[in-house]
Design a protein around this ligand. Structure first.
Ligand SMILES: O=C(O)CCC(=O)C(=O)O
Ligand SMILES: [Mn+2]
Length: 201
């Protein structure tokens, strides 16, 4: 992994929040539900990019349209495509940018991001707003974990041996950032979804 603490300065964070507000005006936050049981997530989500990650009773998947409005997701802003290029150096652009919105009491249980076809591509995560306790483990759920406090402007990249590592958000620390109008945290998670056919895999 690569933990780029304080990577985005205040101005860059504010500019991103303006872009995210425009994105969620077009593709409103929705409440995903757990496969099978249909229990709602505490995190609300939206996406931008050709593909977006969704979860409902039928399962986890990527799809090209918003689950409520049925509209295509808005494009990934150029600033985020540039951030991907500069920080990951991966030769192909991300296809999905998940927008996670955490209320102060929201969390995300330990999980692996494995709904993608391309595990060679890293996952790039951007934190905005209140601090969060991020937990990173190993390839097995029972592996030991380490915790990191992710602050507004931090970038976290899951790559190489950590690409398929368990991770989650244990808690949000409300009132630790003044970036957003309200308490809470935004996380952007950029992923490559499909395989590059040119690589012949
Ligand atoms: O909020 C975070 O920092 C992590 C989000 C995450 O792991 C995910 O959306 O898959
Ligand atoms: Mn994840």
């Amino acid at each position: 992994m690569q933990y780029l603490s304080g990577y985005l300065d205040e101005a860059a964070q504010q500019a991103l929040v303006v872009e995210i507000r425009a994105l969620v005006a077009k593709a409103p936050l929705f409440t995903p539900t757990m496969p099978r049981w249909g229990r709602p997530f505490s995190v609300r989500m939206s996406n931008c990019g050709p593909l977006g990650w969704v979860s409902d009773k039928s399962g986890y998947r990527y799809q090209a349209t918003h689950p409520v409005t049925a509209e295509p997701w808005p494009p990934i802003p150029q600033s985020l495509l540039d951030l991907w290029d500069v920080t990951t150096g991966y030769p192909l652009p991300p296809e999905a940018c998940l927008i996670n919105y955490y209320h102060p009491d929201a969390k995300m249980g330990l999980h692996v991001d494995n709904d993608e076809e391309d595990f060679d591509a890293p996952i790039l995560s951007v934190s905005l707003g209140d601090d969060a306790r991020f937990r990173l483990g190993g390839r097995e759920r029972k592996d030991s974990t380490e915790s990191y406090i992710l602050r507004s402007g931090d970038i976290f990249i899951l790559d190489e041996e950590d690409r398929l590592a368990y991770h989650g958000i244990d808690r949000i620390y409300p009132g630790t950032s003044m970036l957003l109008k309200e308490a809470g945290r935004i996380n952007l998670t950029m992923r490559r979804v499909t395989r590059d056919c040119a690589k012949g895999r």
